[in-house]
Every structure is written in structure tokens, then in C-alpha cells.
Design a protein around this ligand. Structure first.
Ligand code: NAD
Length: 256
């Protein structure tokens, strides 16, 4: 379905981003990976699906590095057709103790990076008459949790950004939507599981159960593969008139 298209998935060396990259590759899309840590293993995993795969190590908190990554995609892949703004970090602390440097990093990586990739990818998408921008927001783009002020601010921001750019592109072949996952068991969440286990003096399984029971009525983690399949749907022709939406996949979290 996506043969001949190129997808950039930011923050795709692990977790949700890697899951989405693999699902898009299974549909035939060429993939550009991005993120920190080992990238050779994820690259090989995508390549095994028979698509062209590239990697760029741009730090998503740095506009100049994002510009270099987008130029690399234009040069090596002929442009970015599917842009998945996924890179993100978390920090948990009450607002009065929140480290200023962590606030700035979360706003830069979880919000401003999507502005930079989008402004650079859109002209090519419009020229080619087709494009998909998928912003990986969060339930925290719709509701809040205590001690996550920067993350909640950034995720609400990206939902607003999604709506504004969807309106600007409404008469074009480019759609812009957000995906709002609840708890997904990735390295980002495992850190919160570990903190919960230490705070409550319980084991890993019990800490996971308590985290889920607090917020996610299904008592099940959403998986990167499920998020990938939603991304595939949003890339399909059936979704060509889905615009400016924030689509939850959260086990009922935001229904409460
Ligand atoms: P993760 O920690 O597994 O992956 C994050 C990815 O972002 C990694 O590839 C990492 O290298 C990359 N990254 C971090 N800082 C970067 C930077 N400065 N420049 C480039 N890459 C950078 O996390 P995840 O849980 O897969 O999260 C992915 C996205 O999904 C984030 O935006 C997160 O907010 C969102 N999300 C996660 C959950 C969850 O429960 N895990 C829920 C809702 C939303």
C-alpha cells in the first residue's frame, strides 16, 4: 500500500517509533530512522522487510541538525512523504522542583521538533500532492497527570499544532493528525514502573498492575504494533478526509 513512499520516523531506535517504522515498512514504505543509541540493529530489522532504509542521528532539540536531516532525506530519498513526529522524553517532578533544563528539553524535543520537521517537509508533500503528518502526542495531550507539567504542556501543544496545520493543508493531499497513546510498555515507561516499584516496595509485575489500574481501564498496555496499524490506516486513502484529529488508543483512559 505504501510502496514508493518514504517515511521519516523520529525517535525510532526504540519503543513506539521503531514499532511504527516496522509496520510502515511491512506496507512497503522506505524508512528513515532517527534517534540515539544503537541504530544498526533497528536498521537491519527494517532492511529485512525488503525496503530501502536510512538513518540520521539528528538531535531533535537542535533546529540546525533537523534541517540537515531533512536535506539528507531530500537528497537520498527524494523527499519525505510520511512524517511521524515521535521523538519524546519524560521527566516527572512537581512544578516547583522541575529542573529548568528538563523543561526546556521536553518542550524542544516533544513539541518544537515537530514544528521544524513539518515546516521543512510540507513544501515537498504539497508539490507531490500527497503527504501524511502523524504527531505522536499522548493521552497527556488531552488530559493531565500531576508531576508531568512539561510533558502535558508539550503534548497539549502538539495537539493544537496538529489542528492548526491540518486547517492550513485542508484543501491539499496532505493530512495532519495526532495519535494519543495511553500506557505503552517502552523504555520511557519502564523508568516509571521502576520508580513505582521502588516507591511502593513492590515487584515489577505489581508496579505495572498498579500503574495500569490507576489510569487505563483495560488493564492492558497499548502496543507499538497497534499504534503502527493505526498509523497505516491514517496513511490509507480511506483516511484521506481525517484531518486535525487527536485519535486515542488508550484502553479507555480518556473515556473516564
Ligand atoms: P522511548 O524512550 O522508547 O523512545 C524514544 C525515542 O526517542 C528513542 O529512539 C530515543 O533515542 C529518541 N530520542 C530521545 N531524545 C531524542 C533527541 N533529542 N533526538 C532524537 N531522538 C531522541 O519512548 P517511547 O515510549 O517509545 O515514546 C515515543 C513517543 O511516544 C514519545 O513522544 C512519547 O511521549 C510518546 N508516548 C509514549 C507513551 C508510552 O506509554 N510509552 C504514551 C504516550 C505517548
Amino acid at each position: 500500500m505504501l510502496k514508493g513512499k518514504t517515511a521519516l520516523v523520529t525517535g525510532s531506535t526504540s519503543g513506539i517509533g521503531l514499532g511504527i517504522a516496522l509496520t510502515l515498512a511491512r506496507q512497503g514504505a522506505n524508512i528513515v530512522l532517527n534517534g540515539f543509541g544503537d541504530h544498526e540493529a533497528p536498521k537491519a530489522e527494517v532492511a529485512r522487510l525488503g525496503v530501502k532504509v536510512g538513518y540520521h542521528g539528528a538531535d531533535m532539540s537542535k533546529a540546525a541538525e533537523i534541517e540537515a536531516m531533512m536535506a539528507y532525506i531530500d537528497g537520498e530519498f527524494g523527499g519525505c512523504d510520511i512524517l511521524v513526529n515521535n521523538a519524546g522524553i519524560q521527566h516527572v517532578a512537581p512544578v516547583e522542583d522541575f529542573p529548568v533544563e528538563r523543561w526546556d528539553a521536553i518542550i524542544a524535543i516533544n513539541l518544537s521538533s515537530a514544528f521544524h520537521t513539518t515546516r521543512l517537509a510540507l513544501p515537498g508533500m504539497k508539490k507531490r500532492g500527497w503527504g501524511r503528518v502523524l504527531n505522536i502526542a499522548s493521552v497527556h495531550g488531552l488530559v493531565a497527570s500531576a508531576q508531568k507539567s512539561a510533558y502535558v504542556a508539550a503534548k497539549h501543544g502538539i495537539v493544537g499544532f496538529t489542528k492548526a496545520v491540518a486547517l492550513e493543508t485542508a484543501t491539499t493531499g496532505v493530512t495532519v493528525n495526532a495519535i494519543c497513546p495511553g500506557w505503552v510498555l517502552t523504555p520511557l515507561v519502564q523508568k516509571q514502573v521502576d520508580a513505582r516499584a521502588a516507591a511502593d516496595g513492590v515487584d515489577d509485575a505489581e508496579a505495572k498492575r498498579r500503574l495500569l489500574a490507576e489510569k487505563q481501564p483495560s488493564l492492558q498496555f497499548t502496543t507499538p504494533e497497534q499504534l503502527g496499524e493505526l498509523a497505516v490506516f491514517l496513511c490509507s486513502d480511506a483516511a484521506s478526509n481525517v484531518r486535525g484529529q487527536a485519535w486515542s488508543l488508550d484502553g479507555g483512559w480518556t473515556a473516564q
